[in-house]
Design a protein around this ligand. Structure first.
Ligand code: HEM
Length: 470
């Protein structure tokens, strides 16, 4: 019988692993098309061979540990003194194992922001982000989500068909986030393009990153001069007194962390609704609410399937493995969510259980989860309400996915629905009687410095032009 060679297995004799990585002689690659396409099978094989933590090779065959067990992911995430987010601890670069063009470097190169520090510095930087988020008026944010969702739908409702990834899921979080941050809408199209480019690690990723940083530096300069009712203004004013570099890096972190993950969550939820009749039936019949449906998706296909990563602060033991100081650990969020110890049967619905790992855990647990959930829930609800007969335009098995370093995402979601005539006058401007929703939380609103009213119709028209021009 012929045995197909396993492309993810590195033959021991050819192993690039140096003696300092003795435990990695039978490590398997978790990168490359084959490993990424068959990630679930690979995780189960690694779990069977090694338990909750497995020796693996990441890009460039650099040795690392993949944390696969639900319990182990939480153990690592909740113990920053043993497993730090500070990538300067990584010993592989100092040992010459990480080439300058390694695609992990954009994720692991240390930057002065909350996701790379621990202890008092983390508390200072994270408080600036979380306190700023608390100033957001949830009702105002939800109203903006409905407005932008309606705007996007008005761009395709007359056609009776659309690609819900490109024309809806991918665009909605960026529209909402640029608004929340306080950016001029003219940045929208290029920001979306740049953000897509950056996270796909294309050749122009560095240029796109520079564009995003410059746009945010301009935003900081503008808001220092003319404060508004927005995230950037409140971040600048926060008592943690962030430097200009820290301000730009944190605005960038929020924008990018929010955009890609939330777009992915919207697309996966729509996909599940359109392809799984039981899921849609449960939703339509009231057996499942939309928030429950989102939690199901966050368990089954977490928007970040892995987090790169954590670094051991000293030699330590984890799940029976000897981890050396400076070793990299990859948090397997998708693998942990599928751990048979917590979910023996993956087909059993989770019924709104929120204890998945999609937002990680411990001190770095995603602080934007409520905003991400709100954009996804309100966005999907608006779409299903406006297009009640929306259905897939192609057989479910023809839908293409792309698996990358961090996620598994839909490339397209072609749908059809009954075309609706759009009254252009009402679709392209908000109702004259509707005031622009305030973004400021009610408690803070009373004390707010009044800002000059913005020209809403101009803003709306240019957004409509942007969306229609896509
Ligand atoms: C469904 C949507 C989202 C998912 C699945 C998600 C997931 C994650 C994950 C897995 C982390 C890494 C935690 C770790 O290092 O262990 C993270 C961090 C972070 N996320 Fe989110 N996120 C989402 C939406 C958002 C939104 C909307 C925002 C901002 C408005 C945001 C802001 C951040 C920030 C600032 C961090 C860094 C926190 C720190 O290191 O202390 N995320 N997110």
């Amino acid at each position: 019988m012929l045995v197909t060679p396993d492309p993810t297995a590195v033959p021991t004799a050819l192993s690039p692993v140096c003696p300092a990585y003795g435990a990695h002689t039978d490590a398997r690659r978790i990168y490359g098309p084959e490993a990424q396409e068959k990630a679930t099978e690979l995780h189960e094989a690694l779990r069977a061979a090694h338990g909750g933590v497995a020796p693996v090779l990441v890009h460039g065959d650099v040795p690392a540990w993949l944390v696969l067990g639900y319990r182990e992911v939480l153990e690592v995430a909740r113990n920053p003194t043993r497993f730090s987010r500070d990538s300067r601890l990584w010993r592989a670069p100092a040992e010459g194992l990480v080439a300058p063009d390694n695609p992990l470097l954009p994720l692991t190169t240390w930057v002065p922001m909350c996701s790379f520090v621990e202890g008092a510095e983390h508390t200072r930087l994270r408080a600036a982000v979380t306190d700023t988020m608390k100033q957001l008026n949830h009702r105002g944010v939800r109203r903006y989500i409905v407005r932008y969702a309606d705007l996007l739908i008005s761009g395709f409702r007359e056609r009776g068909e659309a690609d819900l990834v490109k024309e809806f899921a991918d665009a909605l979080p960026m529209l909402v986030m640029t608004k929340l941050l306080g950016m001029a809408d003219s940045y929208g199209p290029r920001l979306l393009e740049a953000a897509r480019d950056m996270i796909k690690a294309t050749e122009t990723a560095i240029e796109s990153n520079a564009f995003v940083e410059q746009a945010l530096a301009d935003l900081v300069a503008e808001k220092k001069e003319r404060p508004g009712e927005d995230f950037a203004t409140w971040l600048i004013a926060h008592g943690s007194a962030l430097t200009d570099a820290e301000l730009v890096q944190h605005l960038r972190l929020v924008l990018i962390a929010a955009y890609s993950t939330t777009a992915n969550l919207i697309a996966s939820t729509l996909h599940m609704t359109l392809t799984d009749s039981r899921f849609r039936g449960n939703l339509a019949g009231g057996h499942m609410t939309l928030p429950d449906a989102l939690e199901q998706v966050l368990w089954d296909t977490p928007p970040f399937s892995a987090v790169y990563g954590r670094w051991a602060t000293a030699d330590t033991e984890l799940a029976g493995h000897h981890i050396k100081a400076g070793d990299m650990l990859v948090l397997g969020l998708a693998a942990g969510n599928a751990d048979p110890q917590v979910r023996p049967d993956l087909t059993v619905p989770v019924h709104g259980n929120r204890s998945h790992l999609a937002f990680s855990g411990g001190p770095h647990e995603c602080p934007g989860q409520d905003i991400g959930r709100a954009i996804a829930e309100v966005g999907v609800d608006t779409l299903l309400t406006r297009l009640p007969d929306v259905s897939l335009a192609v057989p479910a098995e023809d839908i293409r996915w792309q698996t990358s370093l961090l996620s598994r995402e839909l490339l397209e979601l072609p749908v059809t629905f009954t075309a609706l005539r759009t009254d252009r006058a009402t679709a392209s401007t908000p109702p004259a009687t509707a005031p622009a929703p305030s973004l400021l939380a009610p408690a803070a609103e009373a004390a707010a410095v009044p800002t000059p009213p913005k020209s809403r119709s101009r803003l709306w028209e240019s957004l409509v032009r942007w969306v229609r021009g896509m």
